[in-house]
Ligand binder design. Structure first.
Ligand code: ADP
Ligand code: MG
Ligand code: ZN
Length: 607
């Protein structure tokens, strides 16, 4: 917008300048009267004329009474001749001083060549130049440009959009791996001289929000090379046939700009296993994928173009993409551990004023399982909350309440429950919390609430004390009981079930099936997995494939799933009936206060 205005102003100024120059030549100063040649002849005969100056066709006539006039003679004939034709007395003409002024050098050129011919050309040239510049800048901003590839380009000069490894917390191994790529892009000669081949493609793999896009961008920032950024879903959105053309275009533009990085975000959107789609696959996607493969095979290993790609679903990528010479380097990115979380929080809190009591370490302790994106979001939410309360600094309490907001969505205080509903919700949540607190291997309860939040009508917030990478069967079995705690609390207290437990039951069933079919945690069926993973089924790949186990085993699986749930249900019911008094206490406190924090809950449990 600003650029457009600037161009407009420049063009306007040019116009004013040009018209100024034109008017300078067409009329000089206050314009004398224009007369015809006949009149001039008459005036000469009347002996009024003193002097005539001839400049090309224009005549400047100085009269004896000190005034002057202008006239124009015919181009073909001389002045004397013309005047004679108009009946001038020759003797009288001789008394008039006639001077012929050669149109002077630069003025002649300016008037006859530069202004009418060269200037318009110059202006057109300038205009085109501006357009080109505009288009190039546009490409850096939001796409298009002269390449039709829709890739966004970040140039090394563009300091605002650049980032470096310092902006990425943690991810040490990934950074080390990518350092090699940076090194190559910085000084390719070194590698070429020794005959080393640098990988053409590097695939960044990691869960959503762990910083893949951020890291890819940082690589280009570190190497100070152009960064072509396109996301897989953008490729797929395009019309038939254009996807592959755009791919070709992208790679061509990149080669012209080498050394540089092409970054294909969300590669899984295009790189899905071919033939996996419903009804014969997605033609467009296949063509685009093929084109990417062709382009990657086509360029020299050391042409200076490195293709980075990111995905959180490496399992569904087409194997052709992973062959040597393509994305043969893979870099794994993990969710941040406690130290990394602290670092990430530091990065995002850097530009925000915080009070002295803000303890990012403590915040990191409270956020196991959070991704970098979650943490960035958390800090931002806290800043928003602080600003809305007209605070000048972000306080610890803002940060802590943002944890729940990020985890569960915003509170819906307007979602008002009737007294009966409130009672049911209170017993339901108290049920979850009581079962969780009564079993030894569950995560500690941080908060119980019957204030609606995001999708949930109420919630029991449990968070692990440490980062966990492995989960045991015992933990899962207890988790099943906790999930069923709400359902059975309603049943034990009201002898009635509401729809509020629907979501819990879905989770229970899903977890129980995973125990049996994926984790080999059923004693009876042993260390086996059954069936393709759900994700594959979801993508349609296995939709016509038969399940890889017999009907008999299918029955066994169902039986095992039933048993897991049954046992968990019994355990939950037992706790709830035995500790009925405690259940009432928690529920009543919830009805009264709507939210119970960790410390208060623990005190209740001990009472
Ligand atoms: P992904 O591409 O893996 O889904 P992004 O790179 O888009 O994740 O990360 C989203 C946001 O989360 C980033 O813009 C950044 O603000 C924040 N973030 C994620 N990981 C980190 C990290 N390691 N260090 C700092 N910020 C991070
Ligand atoms: Mg991303
Ligand atoms: Zn529930």
């Amino acid at each position: 917008m600003k650029g457009l205005l600037k161009n407009f102003l420049i063009i306007l100024i040019l116009f004013i300048l040009v018209s100024g120059i034109f008017s300078m030549f067409s009329s000089s100063g206050k314009s004398p009267a224009e007369i015809s040649l006949t009149e001039l002849a008459q005036q000469i005969n009347d002996e009024k004329v003193n002097k005539i100056t001839v400049k090309d066709q224009s005549l400047e006539v100085f009269l004896k009474d000190e005034t002057s006039e202008v006239a124009t003679k015919e181009a073909e004939s001389g002045l004397t001749e013309s005047l004679k034709n108009y009946g001038v007395d020759t003797t009288k003409l001789q008394k008039v001083a006639i001077t012929v002024e050669q149109a002077s050098g630069w003025k002649y050129w300016l008037g006859n060549v530069i202004v009418p011919f060269l200037l318009p050309l110059l202006i057109m040239g300038l205009f085109l130049w501006f357009m080109m510049r505009q288009a190039k800048q546009g490409a850096g901003g939001q796409g298009f440009g002269f390449t039709k590839s829709l890739a966004r380009i970040i140039m090394p000069e563009d300091k605002k959009q650049q980032s470096s490894f310092a902006d990425v917390a943690g991810l040490k191994e990934a950074k080390q791996e990518l350092d090699e790529v940076v090194d190559f892009l910085k000084s390719p000669e070194k590698f070429i001289a020794i005959g080393a081949k640098i990988p053409k493609g590097v695939l960044l793999i990691g869960p959503p929000g762990c910083g893949k896009t951020l890291l890819a961008r940082a690589v280009s920032g570190e190497a100070k090379v152009p960064f072509f950024h396109i996301s897989g879903s953008e490729f797929v959105e395009l019309f038939v046939g254009v996807g592959s053309a755009r791919t070709r275009d992208l790679f061509q533009t990149a080669k012209k700009n080498s050394p540089c990085i092409i970054f294909i975000d969300e590669l899984d959107a295009i790189g899905r296993q071919r033939g996996a789609g419903l009804g014969g696959g997605h033609d467009e996607r296949e063509q685009t994928l093929n084109q990417i493969l062709v382009e990657m095979d086509g360029f020299e290993p050391n042409s200076g173009v490195v293709v980075l790609a990111a995905t959180n679903r490496p399992d569904i990528l087409d194997t052709a993409l992973l062959r040597p010479g393509r994305f043969d380097r893979r870099v794994m990115l993990d969710l941040p551990d406690i130290n990394d979380r602290e670092e990430i929080l530091k990065i995002h809190a850097k530009n925000k004023p915080v009070t002295a009591d803000v303890n990012l370490r403590q915040l990191a302790e409270r956020t196991p399982g959070f991704s970098g994106a979650d943490l960035a979001n958390l800090v931002n939410e806290a800043a928003i909350a602080a600003a809305r309360q007209n605070k000048k600094e972000v306080e610890m309490i803002d940060l802590i309440s943002s944890i729940e907001k990020v985890l569960l969505g915003p509170e819906r205080k307007s979602h008002i429950l009737s007294t009966d509903e409130k009672k049911i919700a209170a017993y339901h949540e108290a049920g979850h919390a009581l079962v969780a607190a009564s079993l030894p291997h569950t995560d500690p309860v941080r908060k119980v609430s019957i204030i609606a939040r995001g999708q949930a009508a109420g919630y029991t917030l449990k968070l692990p004390e440490f980062d966990k990478h492995l989960h045991s069967k015992t933990e899962f079995v207890e988790e099943l009981s906790v999930l069923l705690g709400g359902y059975y609390a309603e049943k034990v207290v009201f002898n009635e079930i509401t729809t509020g437990a629907g979501n819990d039951l879905e989770k229970t069933t899903d977890l129980a099936r995973r125990l049996v079919m994926r984790y080999g945690m059923s004693d009876k069926l042993g260390p086996r997995t059954f069936g393709e993973t759900e994700d594959m089924v979801f993508l349609g790949k296995e939709i016509t494939t038969e399940k890889n186990y017999s009907e008999k085993v299918a029955q066994d699986i169902d039986k095992e799933v039933f048993d897991f749930i049954d046992n968990a249900a019994k355990a939950a019911q037992k706790i709830l009936t035995e500790k009925r008094a405690l259940l009432d206490k928690i529920a009543n406190r919830l009805i009264e206060k709507e939210t119970i924090e960790k410390e208060e809950f623990e005190a209740l449990m001990k009472s």
